[in-house]
Design a protein around this ligand. Structure first.
Ligand SMILES: Cc1cc2nc3c(=O)[nH]c(=O)nc-3n(C[C@H](O)[C@H](O)[C@H](O)COP(=O)(O)OP(=O)(O)OC[C@H]3O[C@@H](n4cnc5c(N)ncnc54)[C@H](O)[C@@H]3O)c2cc1C
Length: 493
């Protein structure tokens, strides 16, 4: 049976990985971008939520899959060598009204079976988080919260899925789902027709359009909701040990302050509904970034100096009507599955969503899910020079002299790592771009943001791929990068 998955975000990738565990399924991911994970799955807060912020009376499936996803991520991160940390989170309240609101989440934790959620005050709060703001009256502590590297998560999941037989077709846009006689026949794409027995729509912001093209859920529309962030250098004076966030509002889980898995301080996001037409890009705004800084001052006892800002960016949440995820396998057309409107906590829930969708396909379309005997759960990350002792590096250089040639000094990335990134991009069938190499090797991720190494990386890519240096694509993701220098001058738009 051929299953075509539309979209290589964390949801589509996770579904592909889970389906790759079973015999008899020919799984193809069709992605319109040159590489995987360049949609909402790249530009987000990166939090693996505990599940105490989901109301099971309002969104029972979301609540269940969030809690399950949090549990599954521990295993997935370990199996796939995805950078992850599990520091727990503190929902900070600064007024008695916020405290009352925050207490609701202790009850939701109980309803959802989230362990260890409780209020903390005074000395205990400050022992848990020395960086917390003086304004904090207390916090709700949720010990099971974590953070992963979201773009590396998608890369790792796709690498593992491909290793297990899944194929990726990048730079291929699904134009419409082809239905004949009440059943799915395949998808019409920018590169021609692809036959399919089952089409899984995991197209993020564009999943409503894909669904309409299959003739279902005509009223379902996905609205972009912008979230803006500031990302700081590793060397800021005050960095949180836990994941901190303000008390949620009906629109958002609040503004976060967290130390990313790569050691940077991340502040954000905002939550701003944009018109339906604004799905294409999301620049940062001065008002948005100022809002983030104001809210972050309720979290941290000291905000970082502006000179430590590395960059600003924005992501677009695929916001469905009423916040309700649309996960459904249809009889008409037979073989069409929507996994649409997967707004937060979609990153957290993705592994659980994937198992749920596999179950739906099995049940609705009578597919017997028989585990492969030789399914490989493991994927190795890129071997890195950074953080190793000189003795270890010596041994690596003896094995491959390219480990001794540093390309990116901010992050200490060697030529060997850059070349391995190129090789891995090719192996999954994506296009080699400078951004793709950066996300895998970290060359260009440091303080200078590629100012010094981009040239060298482009040269290495050019030699490895035969593409002339001037033609090596940068392929920046469509979600806008802010102009940091403009922000420093106080004139960001
Ligand atoms: C600002 C922000 C903060 C968030 N914070 C968190 C958080 O901390 N924790 C959490 O759990 N969740 C968070 N989320 C939610 C989470 O990021 C999303 O739920 C999740 O990434 C959705 O994944 P997806 O695969 O459905 O969508 P995407 O990652 O957008 O993937 C969809 C893919 O489909 C492709 N595509 C679209 N149309 C087509 C087509 N016609 N043909 C082929 N390909 C197509 C796109 O190019 C894209 O790659 C946040 C989201 C945002 C934006």
């Amino acid at each position: 049976m051929r299953v075509v998955i539309v979209g290589a975000g964390v949801v589509g990738a996770s579904i592909a990985r889970v389906l790759s565990m079973y015999e008899g399924l020919d799984v193809l991911i069709v992605e319109r971008m040159p590489d995987v994970g360049w949609g909402a799955s790249k530009a987000n807060t990166s939090v693996i939520h505990p599940g105490h912020e989901e109301d099971p009376r309002q969104h029972p499936l979301r609540a269940r899959l969030c809690v399950e996803g949090n549990r599954l991520w521990r295993r997935w991160a370990e199996e796939l060598e995805i950078p992850a940390r599990w520091p727990g989170e503190l929902m900070v309240f600064t007024t008695p009204e916020e405290e009352r609101e925050a207490m609701r989440y202790v009850e939701l934790a109980r309803l959802n079976g989230v362990p260890g959620v409780r209020p903390v005050y005074g000395a205990e709060l400050r022992a848990l988080e020395p960086a917390v703001s003086e304004q904090a009256l207390g916090a709700i502590y949720a010990p099971t919260a974590g953070t992963v590297s979201p773009f590396e998560a998608v890369i790792a999941i796709v690498e593992n899925a491909v290793e297990n037989g899944v194929r990726l077709l990048a730079e291929t846009e699904v134009k419409r789902v082809v239905v004949e006689g009440g059943a799915v026949r395949g998808v019409e794409t920018s590169r021609g027709f692809i036959e399919a027995d089952v089409v899984v729509n995991a197209a993020g912001l564009h999943a409503d359009e894909v669904s309409h093209s299959a003739g279902v859920e005509g009223d379902f529309r996905i609205r972009p909701r912008r979230g803006e962030y500031l990302l700081y250098d590793e060397a800021v004076p005050v960095k949180p040990a836990r994941i901190l966030h303000t008390t949620p509002t009906p629109l958002t889980k609040g503004v976060y302050a967290l130390t990313t898995v790569h050691g940077n301080l991340l502040l954000g996001p905002t939550a701003e509904d944009l018109p339906y037409e604004a799905k294409g890009s999301a620049p940062t705004t001065r008002q948005g970034l100022e809002h983030v800084l104001r809210e972050a001052s309720k979290l941290l006892r000291e905000l970082p100096p502006r000179a430590k800002l590395v960059r600003t960016f924005a992501g677009l949440r695929p916001e469905p009507p009423g916040g309700e995820w649309l996960i459904r396998a249809y009889d008409d057309p037979w073989g069409f599955v929507n996994v649409a409107g997967i707004r937060s906590p979609g990153l957290t829930a993705a592994p659980a969503i994937a198992h749920y969708v596999a179950g739906l396909i099995a049940e609705r379309y009578g597919v017997e899910l028989r585990r492969k005997r030789r399914w490989n759960p493991r994927r190795r990350g890129i071997r890195r020079v950074a953080g190793r002792s000189l003795e270890e590096v010596d041994a690596m250089v003896r094995e491959n002299p390219d480990y001794g040639e540093i390309v990116c000094y901010c992050r200490m990335v060697s030529k060997a790592e850059v070349l391995e990134a190129v090789e891995r991009i090719r192996r999954i069938g994506a296009r080699v771009t400078l951004d793709g190499v950066k996300f895998r090797s970290y060359a260009g991720f440091g303080r200078c943001q590629g100012g010094f190494c981009r040239w060298r990386v482009a040269l290495l890519v050019s030699r490895a791929t035969g593409v002339p240096m001037h033609a090596v694509p940068v392929a920046t993701a469509p979600y806008g990068l802010g102009d940091v220098k403009a922000l420093l001058r106080g004139e960001a738009q």
